[in-house]
Ligand binder design. Sequence first.
Ligand code: SF4
Length: 384
Amino acid sequence: MKDEKQLLSKVTKRLDALSKLPMAKEDKELESLLNQKGIERRDFMKWAGAMTAALALPASFTPLTARAAEVASRLPVIWLHMAECTGCSESLLRAEDPSIDSIIFDTINLEYHETIMAAAGYQAEHNLENAIKKHNGNYILMVEGGIPTIEHYLTIGAEGRTGAQTCREAAQGAAAIFAIGTCSSFGGVQAAHPNPTSAAPLSKIISKPIINVPGCPPSEKNIVGNVLYFVMFGTLPALDAFNRPKWAYGHRIHDLCERRGHFDAGEFVQHFGDENAQKGYCLYKVGCKGPYTFNNCSKLRFNSHTSWPIQAGHGCIGCSEPNFWDTMSPFEEPLSNKLYQTAYNGLGADKTADTVGTVILAATAIGIAAHAVVSSMTKSKTEE
Ligand code: SF4
């Protein structure tokens, strides 16, 4: 209790200090934006309560989470695009019915963002240099996309700087660095076999602490939640072995899935569109990778929080895991099929970290497949 009080007072002081910083001239206060969208204060506070719980903070932090959202606009953000599809930005920016999360993102002081800025060419390059100089030591750097490491791929600007160079320069003065999306966190599709540009994750390019926010795309709440955490505490949240925030990636999709009861009961969709699919049975046998994937999709959902892939009838493809294009595909087949095959092909002959990871994944997949078979058999017996 004493620790909680001390922490509350520390966060309050930090937010007081941040609220005294000037806003960018063209930015609007969050309150006026919420009013414009017809969102009442009561709904905003409800959102703050839910976000506080999502961040695994005590309920007493709710007013501070709300305040952090209000002062988040004081913290400049530099957002770089590397090799990617811009899907992570699009998912935040193209919200037809914007959630409070995306409205907060609208208020964030985006000093540099290639997709939405008006400037181009030399002007854009100057803007980036100026933003780095002006906010040295105080900005959040967000990087979207994998980073090609073979020279001449992804060169930027008149001097032909590489994407990797731009990342390194921008990282030097950053107060916090977020790799946004799976490509920036783990390389993504760019780094999938045969990886012709030798694309790498941001963590292989710069040597400062990075918080990975993977997903294809990641949920807007997972991005905004990390910004708020940094605004409140000035530090990064607790991270897992892959530098993902535990508050967002601490549970498997399988642990939080609404179809989990069917998995445990041995009730599986055998083919897309079959009778079991109509009954909402488990999607493991048509390729769901939920048992091997850590993310909070089932809680947050997509498209204004209305649905998510498993609810819509397709299995999880494991998009927030490292190397998912190579390890999780084909997406419509159970992972165990592929791993049995891999085992017959001599798994374990080379002793790389990837192979060790694959062996663990294989053991898990085989265990889960065995469970699926046994529970299906038990189920058929009961039905007989
Ligand atoms: S295998 Fe997939 S669909 Fe089935 S319970 Fe697990 S996460 Fe849900």
